[in-house]
Design a protein around this ligand. Structure first.
Ligand SMILES: [Zn+2]
Length: 287
């Protein structure tokens, strides 16, 4: 399923505004003052995510899982979950580098603006309606082990970036989990989908008139976004534009030949591992 064409040019202004924010955020003096001095992508001392590594998250593209699950929502990723992007996302998600919510949230804002720009209709900044970012809820076990909801942190940051770029946006935790899902490690795409079926619930009325954008950190098989979008779409009281999705990064289609596949946990070749032990920023994680 492709993003409808025709108004992408109208949304280009919004996308450019968010792109400018990417650069300003990465090199901003405030960032240098309060954040650890190594790049989470390449380990080079300096910004939390250096300009070169951040460039990997300023290349929005349609996410194309190897096998599109039926009902996979139009999804834009700010970059590929590969190379230097991958250790940066892992550092944020699993190693407690909460300060990466800045650049990664900005990347998510870029992806959200880009996917919304593909929906026809007039609106401020080329976006047809206010964007409502709906974070994919983590499982209870994941939230417990991390001690925080990192996707929600990304959504909040993305909304701030979108608003700063003149795009009307908000976030709402409309989705909850039923708790029925089991660990998806080792499951095929079809098995993941079946595993996820019925796992999301809608916690609050879905507002009419907003452009719904499910947001997550990474898309790989697409099963999670498909289920989340289907749950939201079914809860609408009246028809609207398709439920969209935006992610920080998309797992690239596996290249032919031997090598670590997506989700293997191995760092990509030529990419330095995130430096040292887990870091804790002085910037609060928001719980
Ligand atoms: Zn770097």
């Amino acid at each position: 399923m492709a993003v409808p064409r025709g108004t992408a040019r109208d949304g280009a202004e919004a996308v450019r505004a968010v792109l400018r924010a990417v650069g300003e955020l990465v090199v901003g003096p405030l960032v240098d003052l309060v954040l650890p001095r190594t790049c989470a992508g390449c380990g080079v001392p300096g910004a939390v995510l250096c300009r070169a590594c951040a460039a990997g998250l300023a290349a929005p593209r349609l996410a194309t899982p190897r096998r599109f699950p039926e009902g996979f929502p139009p999804t834009v990723a700010a970059g590929a979950y590969a190379g230097r992007v991958r250790p940066a996302v892992v550092a944020f998600k699993e190693r407690g580098r909460a300060e990466l919510a800045g650049p990664l949230g900005t990347a998510l804002a870029l992806a959200a603006a880009a996917v919304a720009a593909g929906v026809p209709g007039p609106g401020p900044a080329g976006i047809p309606a206010p964007l409502l970012l709906v974070p994919v809820p983590g499982s209870a076990a994941a939230l417990r082990s991390r001690g925080r909801d990192h996707v929600r942190e990304l959504a909040v940051r993305a909304v701030a970036e979108l608003r700063a770029a003149g795009v009307p946006a908000g976030s709402a935790r409309l989705l909850g989990r039923t708790g029925r899902v089991r660990d998806s490690t080792g499951l095929s795409a079809a098995q993941r989908r079946a595993n996820l079926a019925g796992t999301f619930t809608v916690r609050a009325p879905v507002p009419a008139g907003a452009l719904l954008v499910v947001v997550d950190d990474v898309v790989s098989s697409g099963a999670t976004l498909t289920e989340a979008a289907a749950t939201l779409g079914a809860a609408r009281t009246r028809p609207g534009p398709p439920v969209l999705a935006a992610v920080v990064a998309a797992t690239p289609r596996r290249a032919p030949g031997p090598g670590p596949g997506p989700g293997s946990g191995d760092p990509p070749a030529g990419c330095p591992a995130p430096s040292g032990s887990p870091r804790r920023s002085t910037v609060g994680t928001g719980g």
